[in-house]
Ligand binder design. Structure first.
Ligand code: 13P
Ligand code: SF4
Length: 314
């Protein structure tokens, strides 16, 4: 394991040094710790991060997000080294959809095409026809024939929201995000009563009983755009709360409240997988160029097809 023999005062300086030394780019999702967001070269939602991973001049992509996001970066930029601070940064949606079970589900629905949410493993992507994110799913669905039979995996909440929005009847895999399932409808309504001048905004991974109270629903980048475009001064945010760091940076005069969980408190809505990445682990992975994302060539080529279809249709 390499260690740097320079006397840096702050870990951020060390990371900046390593970035230049290795011609690396740091990509971060909005759910990462504030200090990681602040040191990143690019911050975005799943779709923006995929596009950035595909088009950059770096030799090394340092992905601060969860593993499926880093895998997408590798699939779209196979000649680059892709590293992430903690290889255990998974996702409950990814875990809920294992490939052997999924193949059975596909066999039971032979005349369906497979639309998969990007929050899934490379193996599930390889079994899919088109990948979608929460920011392009409606648009991609609108481009498909209305009578097309579709399987949607793995998020049942996003799937049923999309069915409602597009009038489709997609067959849904029974997965969910443990973070977006922690919000309490009862506590949310109580908070809204106490803050009647606020607007509730939500990510479509939330269950229907939360989404029905939302005045705006969208991907992380759509939520960020909405809080700037809208005239309201106060928002109740029903998604992973680290996004509020960017909201405050973009709109310092507006107020942002974390949507409450069952105990009326909010810390339960932090993503436990995203939280595995720390500034120290980010520095270490750049020093050691590990952990690295490795995907077999065969799997990579299979998973790339539906991702490229997504990028073409978005
Ligand atoms: P976005 O694509 O909206 O950033 O969502 C990613 C995610 O994991 C939400 O839980
Ligand atoms: Fe996965 Fe949910 Fe975490 Fe997003 S917030 S990475 S969907 S567990």
């Amino acid at each position: 394991m390499r260690s740097l023999n320079k006397n840096f005062k702050h870990i951020e300086e060390e990371i900046e040094f390593l970035k230049k030394e290795k011609n690396a780019i740091i990509l971060s999702h909005f759910y990462q710790d504030e200090d990681i967001q602040d040191i990143a070269d690019f911050i975005g939602d799943s779709l923006d991060l995929s596009r950035k991973a595909q088009k950059n001049d770096a030799d090394i992509i340092v992905f601060c997000g969860v593993k499926f996001m880093a895998e997408v970066a590798k699939i779209l930029s196979p000649n680059k080294k892709v590293i992430l601070p903690d290889l255990n940064a998974g996702c409950s949606l990814e875990e809920s959809c294992q490939v052997s079970e999924f193949r059975k589900f596909k066999k039971e629905n032979p005349d369906h095409i497979v639309l998969s949410y990007i929050n899934c493993s490379a193996e599930i992507k390889a079994e899919s026809d088109i990948i979608v994110t929460s920011s392009n799913a409606s648009k991609i669905l609108d481009s498909l024939p209305t009578d097309q039979k579709i399987i949607f995996a793995p998020d049942r909440h996003l799937g049923s929201y999309l069915n409602k929005m597009t009038g489709r009847n997609m067959k849904l895999w029974n997965g969910a995000c443990i973070v977006h399932e922690t919000f309490s409808e009862r506590e949310l309504v109580k908070m809204k009563v106490r803050h009647s001048d606020s607007k509730i905004i939500a990510h479509p991974e939330c269950p229907e009983n939360i989404l029905k109270h939302a005045e705006f629903i969208g991907s992380t980048s759509a939520l960020l755009k909405f809080i700037s475009d809208d005239i309201s001064k106060k928002f109740i945010v029903a998604t992973e709360p680290h996004i509020i760091h960017q909201m405050k940076k973009n709109e310092p005069l507006k107020e942002f409240l974390v949507a409450p969980g069952n105990d009326g408190n909010c810390s339960c809505s932090n993503c436990p997988y995203m939280e595995l990445n720390t500034l120290e682990k980010l520095r270490d992975c750049m020093l050691n160029l590990s952990p690295e994302i490795n995907i077999s060539n065969e799997l990579l080529l299979k998973a790339k097809k539906p991702l490229n279809t997504m990028l073409k249709l978005s």
